[in-house]
Design a protein around this ligand. Sequence first.
Ligand code: PLP
Length: 384
Amino acid sequence: MSQINIPILDLKSQYQGIKDEIQAAVNQVLESGQFILGPVVQAFETDVANYLGVKHAIGVNSGTDALVIGLRAMGILPGDEVITTPFSFFATAESISLVGAKPVFVDIRPDTFNIDPNLIEAAITPKTKAIMPVHLYGNPAAMAQILAIAAKHKLKVIEDCAQAFGATYHGDCVGCSCDQAAKESLTGRYVGSMGHVGAFSFFPTKNLGAYGDGGLITTNDDEIADMARMLRVHGAKERYKNLMLGYNSRLDAMQAAILQVKLRHIDDWNSKRRWVAENYSRLLADVEGVIAPVSSAGHVFHQYTVRLVGCDRDRVKQTLMDAGIGAMVYYPIPQDKLPIYLGEYPANPVSDQLGQEVLSLPMWPELSLTQIQQVASCLQKVLQ
Ligand SMILES: *Cc1c(COP(=O)(O)O)cnc(C)c1O
C-alpha cells in the first residue's frame, strides 16, 4: 500500500489536457493590454449566462464577494435575518454577517447534507428577509420547496453555488415535501438560475476553477444586476460618480479567458465526476460502516463524501493518508459552532453529528478505475 499516491485533488492532469487552448487564450489577453473587466470578461459573462440560462452574469473577485454583493444587491440590510445551513464553508455565513445581517441556521438532512426544507418555516421571523441554500458537494438543494416557502413569506433566495457549477435540479431531492407540479416546472434548471441570485466561486479547486480567485453573480432581475454591477466598481454607475459604498471586486481578463476555455469542457468533466462517484458507490455499497452519498440526476460531485459510522473517523482519515490516499473533512466544525459565533445558537443535532462522520475521498474528473478501486479497497481494509 505504500506505493499508492492518490491525492484528494489533482489539477495538473486537467491542465495537461487543455494546455494549448489555455496558453492561446492567455496570450491573447497579454497581447491585448486590457487586464481587468473589458471585452474578454464580457464575452465570458455572455457565454456563462447562456450556459446557465440566466439573463445576467456578473464577474467578480471571488465566490465570497459574489455572496456579499449578491446579498446587498437584493436589498439585505443590517439587522435582517437570512436563513442558511450550518453545514458549509464559513464564507456562507460570513457573507451574511459581513453585510450586517444575522445568519439563522436551519439543520440539514443526514442523507443530502443540505438544508432540511421541512424545518425552514419554523425559523422564519418578522426580520427574515432571505434564504441562502447551499448546493453542498455539488448536490442541488430542495429548490422547489425552498422557492415555494420564499414566495409564501415574500423572501428572497440567494443560492450558494460555489460547489455546484453545472449542477441541475430534477425534483429528485430526498425528503422534500412539495408538489409535483412545482418540481416539474424547475426540472432541468441549472443551479444559480432558480433563486433571485446565484453566487459562484471560481477558486481553482471548484468544478469550474480559474487559475486564481474569481466569482460570479447570476440573476434574471435587471435591478439586482444593475446594483451588483455598481457594487463591484466602488458603487459607481459612471466613473467618478460614486453613489454608494461598494467594493473593488472585478474579474480579471486573464481568469475570464481561462474560464471561457474551461466552460467548453465542464459538461465532460462533470459527467466524469458522476462516473467516478458511481464507481465509488458501487464498490463501497457493502462495506460495513460506510454510508455512501445519495445521488440525484443533476449532482456534479464537487466532493464524494461518505459518512463513517461506528468508528473513529479521524483515525480512518489518518490511516488512509498514511497509505498515500488523500482524504479531507468538509467540515469538522459546523458554522454555528465556529469561535466567532460560539454560544449564540441552539444546537443543530444532524449537522453536529455529520461533522464527526463525514470524510471526502479523492475526486477529480481524470481519476482512473484502478485508482478508484485502490481507494475503495484501502478504505474497506482500514474499516475491517
Ligand atoms: C468556496 C466556497 C465559497 C467561497 O468562494 P471563494 O471564491 O473562495 O471566496 C463559498 N461557499 C462555499 C460553499 C464554498 O465552497
